[in-house]
Design a protein around this ligand. Structure first.
Ligand code: FE2
Length: 393
């Protein structure tokens, strides 16, 4: 892996952990409505006296739902402050020690120093750093010991031989998820969600560039796409956004900040007011057949934002020919946008908790690498209508 482009040795998003008020009920929602399967469990029965966690999986997406069992656990304070929300966007990395040491050297705040997590199925190495709000990035690896040397290689003594202390330790883990979890399979009915495409962070007014610089300086990400308030502004709900991405464009983290609207409150400010800080706004989930996936999700009771039907009278003039029947898209409320390389199909859920905070995007890419810029206007008119009904505009 190229140290210049990927200084922390990130491999992929390992999982997203949510802190929730009642993990048992949240697990039921994600399994029954979003089509995830429960694959692992940690709680009182496994000797965990502090939290209960369920691991949900659908193809390459892993969610962990965690609730505190005691008020002293930090998850209790997190829920008090933020409601249900994303605590950890966790990466699998080549070497958690290297990722942590390099991130801290580059200016990140350490949250959990590198440590072994072990159970009867083996060990993994874990560390974590802070990002926006109370959100963290964990690093998990099956190798440990690489010392941050600035060139990303395991530190080697001057004679070329690795000393004992500097040698990589190789871990093996054969359990269902991570140490501390037992396998617990409760199948859901797969709706075709495949992969996390991007995770958007909402940050405070004036902090967008700070957090973009963080992802550039700490993680080696680059600015991929920038949207200013001319792209994303309606009568009220202005915002600015910069998409930060790794060199391979596998991991994409757009960062939003509120912008001055014409007298109303930005949807980003509404989020921050109710989340109590910066935090993860939405997780975009890729699928291969959005008509199938969204049809299933709607039948399961997931609520989506809808744009006015006039959108479908004009959309083909804007995006040109598409494979899908426009009547099917209109029936399900799916939006279309195009860039030079193809088109995308997308739809957004309403917030999935009572606070108007975290929501999901369901997305299918047909070549397009964008984020649906052509839909922002129609979408934000619809978001504003929801904000108005909540008394938050
Ligand atoms: Fe998105």
């Amino acid at each position: 892996m190229n140290q210049e482009l990927n200084p922390l040795g990130l491999k992929k998003i390992h999982h997203v952990e949510f802190y929730v008020g009642n993990a048992k009920q949240a697990e039921f929602y994600y399994r029954k409505a979003f089509g995830f399967s429960r694959v692992a469990y940690s709680g009182l029965e496994t000797g965990n006296r502090e939290t209960t966690s369920y691991v949900l999986r659908q193809n390459r997406v892993n969610f962990v739902l965690t609730t505190p069992l005691v008020p002293e656990h930090p998850a209790a304070e997190h829920i008090k402050q933020h409601g249900d929300g994303v605590r950890d966007i966790a990466f699998q990395v080549e070497d958690a020690d290297h990722a942590y040491n390099e991130a801290v050297k580059r200016g990140a705040k350490g949250v959990i120093e590198p440590r072994d997590l072990t159970d009867e199925n083996g060990s993994v190495r874990h560390a974590a750093i802070a990002t926006y709000g109370d959100t963290i990035h964990s690093f998990y690896s099956y190798v440990a010991g690489g010392k941050a040397t600035g060139n990303g290689n395991v530190s080697v003594a001057s004679d070329g031989a690795a000393t004992a202390a500097q040698q990589e330790r190789v871990y093996a883990y054969s359990g269902a998820f991570l140490p501390g979890f037992i396998e617990q399979l409760v199948p859901g009915e797969d709706v075709g969600i495949q992969l996390v495409d991007h995770i958007v962070g909402n940050v405070e007014l004036g902090k967008m560039n700070y957090w973009c610089d963080f992802y550039r300086d700490v993680m080696g990400f680059e600015r991929y796409i920038t949207f200013d308030d001319k792209d994303i502004s309606t009568e009220y709900s202005a915002l600015m956004s910069i998409v930060m991405s790794d060199g391979q464009h596998n991991i994409k983290f757009p960062i939003n900040e509120p912008a001055e609207g014409k007298g109303g409150k930005s949807q980003i400010q509404e989020y921050i007011d109710f989340y109590g800080s910066a935090g993860a706004q939405h997780i975009a989930l890729l699928c291969k057949d959005i008509l199938h996936t969204v049809g299933k999700l709607q039948a399961n009771g997931i609520e989506f934002l809808r744009v006015p039907d006039t959108y479908y009278e004009e959309v083909l003039d804007r995006v040109g020919p598409i494979d899908e029947d426009i009547a099917d898209l209109q029936r399900l409320g799916i939006l279309v946008d195009r860039d030079d390389e193809g088109y995308l199909l997308q739809i957004f859920t309403k917030p999935v908790e009572d606070r108007p905070t975290v929501f999901f995007e369901i997305l299918q890419r047909k070549g397009c690498k964008g984020f649906g810029k052509g839909n922002f206007k129609a979408l934000f008119v619809s978001i504003e209508e929801e904000q108005r009904r909540r008394g938050n505009l």
